[in-house]
Design a protein. Structure first.
Length: 134
């Protein structure tokens, strides 16, 4: 998300970047509050911030709910316009919908990004395109 968000916003400042993550995610909490927390964990060869988890159970959807801010995410928060949370069951429902209706086989993290969260505000009338990056 970090590099494509930077690229799109640098080339089209009107672009809106929305971080979608599951309930219980540390990234949602970080994007919403900026709280990096005090804990650090070793990721690869460097120590990374581990923000506190957001409210909710631990996520079950694979590939999301990251709990560390890695080097490629540094500076990303200034590019994020909004952050929303999606329930795991909504993401999994979208996985099956994509499979049965579109013939596209994806995992839960893609289902989460494609599933519009019910609490999200409606898309602006002048919104011409949207994309999901995972």
């Amino acid at each position: 998300m970090s590099q494509i968000s930077r690229y799109l916003k640098d080339h089209s400042p009107k672009t809106k970047v929305v971080l979608c993550d599951c309930f219980g995610s540390a990234l949602f909490n970080w994007a919403s509050t900026g709280d990096l927390g005090t804990e650090k964990v070793l990721a690869g060869e460097r120590w990374c911030h581990k923000p506190p988890m957001s409210a909710g159970k631990s996520p079950v959807t694979e590939g999301i709910g990251n709990s560390v801010i890695t080097a490629n995410m540094e500076g990303l928060r200034e590019y994020i316009d909004d952050a929303v949370q999606v329930h795991d069951h909504d993401a999994i429902r979208m996985v099956f919908k994509l499979l049965h209706e579109e013939g596209i086989f994806v995992g839960g993290s893609a289902g989460l990004n494609v599933r519009p969260p019910s609490a999200a505000p409606p898309r602006p009338a002048r919104c011409h395109a949207s994309c999901s990056v995972r």
